[in-house]
Design a protein around this ligand. Structure first.
Ligand code: FE
Ligand code: FE
Length: 396
């Protein structure tokens, strides 16, 4: 009697987080074999441009799994036509593995929605559910998982194992972003990366410099958290209007507005990884406050990947803290980010009124509001902001 694990997913692309999860699952469940099972093609879902097909994902996954003893890639779901249910997959596997124990691996989100799956009782009859933690372990989540395990045991007579694995937080979406930024580091195995480059998956070989405004917008939207898109488009439009009003380059303003938050979706550890990839020197404040790093990494990505000029670079770089001797474009991006039409906070109307009359006064107001807020929250204020305030007061 062998112990066989089943690990499904889109694996788009297969990355180090998947392989680490596979390795840990092998050890924790004492598996004899682990089947990595990529999903088939979703029937109607439009795949993003440059995405590998299901068969191509199988090939990438084979390369990723090379050298992991006991780990195999299964084409069971890829080969099936039309809609594919996990219950069918498990039933089919059970035919070949009548006397073996099956363990169905899943992440916490999947597990918490398990009762809404197709035929969960069928699955429970044939396999043990093994839950991998893929988020940071917060106590509330642990309670939810325990409660769900109880429900599944009672209602379906199912067997559940909540695995105590170490979390390596890594999402395929972020891996694809890092590929675009050419900062993927060791998130992808060398053989997999080589194949991705050879086949040009995920647009890795495309030159993104000097795109038209429309093409740039499309690329940036792909890289943003969807919730942030209205803010970014609002910032672009506001920046262009202010550039016309205050005599800055309208194109630079619009492009800087579009790109100012291009790396914002990355968590702090990936901000730092971008810095390492580009060898960006970091000051002490940035190292201790990696959340503010998206201004720096965004500026570098705008210049190195999208080929933007120095004016755009500077404007993005200073958009969160400001800095002394800000030029007109820098002021415009700073304030457009603050008061574009989607922003809503006490005092935003005052800022909008100030921008109509006097750009310097509006920037000064914005800086002072930020400093006050940070101090109230007991957080550290960037030196650049204090210097910018002193400089603007002196300019008056
Ligand atoms: Fe920002
Ligand atoms: Fe922003």
């Amino acid at each position: 009697m062998a112990r066989i694990g089943i690990y499904g997913g889109t694996f788009n692309p297969p990355h180090a987080g998947h392989m680490e999860a596979a390795r840990q699952a092998m050890a924790l469940l004492k598996l004899d074999k682990l089947l990595l099972m990529p999903d088939g093609e979703p029937p109607h879902k439009e795949m993003p441009q440059g995405a590998p097909t299901a068969r191509e994902r199988v090939e990438l996954l084979r390369l990723a799994a090379e050298g992991l003893p006991g780990v195999e890639v299964s084409e069971l779901e890829v080969r099936r036509e039309g809609k594919s249910y996990t219950s069918d997959t498990i039933a089919e596997l059970k035919k070949y593995h009548r006397d073996d124990e099956l363990y169905l691996l899943m992440g916490t989100d999947m597990f918490l929605s398990f009762l809404q799956w197709h035929a969960p009782e069928e699955i429970c009859r044939r396999a043990t559910l093994a839950v991998l933690q893929r988020q940071e372990k917060d106590p509330r989540l642990q309670e939810q998982l325990q409660a769900q395990a109880q429900t599944i045991r009672k209602k379906l007579g199912g067997k559940v194992k909540l695995l105590k694995n170490d979390v390596l937080p890594m999402s395929s979406t972020n891996v694809r972003r890092m590929l675009t930024f050419r900062a993927q580091g060791d998130m992808i195995a060398p053989a997999v990366l080589e194949e991705i480059r050879r086949r040009g998956f995920y647009g890795v070989n495309r030159d993104l410099r000097g795109l038209s405004m429309e093409a740039l917008e499309e690329e940036v939207i792909r890289l943003l958290d969807p919730k942030r898109v209205p803010h970014v488009l609002g910032c672009r439009d506001t920046a262009a209007i202010l550039a016309a009003k205050y005599g800055a380059d309208v194109t630079d303003a619009a492009r800087a507005g579009l790109l100012h938050d291009v790396t914002k979706a990355l968590p702090p550890e990936l901000q730092l990884q971008v810095c390492r990839a580009y060898e960006i020197p970091l000051d002490e404040f940035s190292r201790e406050n990696p959340k503010t790093l998206h201004a720096t990494t965004g500026a570098w990505v705008a210049r190195e990947i999208f080929g933007e000029n120095e004016a755009v670079f500077r404007a993005i770089e200073s958009h969160t803290t400001g800095c002394p001797y800000m030029n007109t474009l820098q002021k415009i991006i700073y304030i457009a980010d603050y008061m574009e039409p989607n922003r809503d906070f006490p005092g935003v109307e005052k800022l909008r009124a100030a921008v109509e009359k006097d750009l310097n006064r509006a920037v000064l107001m914005g800086l002072e509001m930020t400093v006050d807020m940070l101090r109230q929250q007991g957080r550290r204020v960037a030196r650049a902001s204090l210097d910018a305030i002193a400089w603007l007061k002196n300019e008056k």
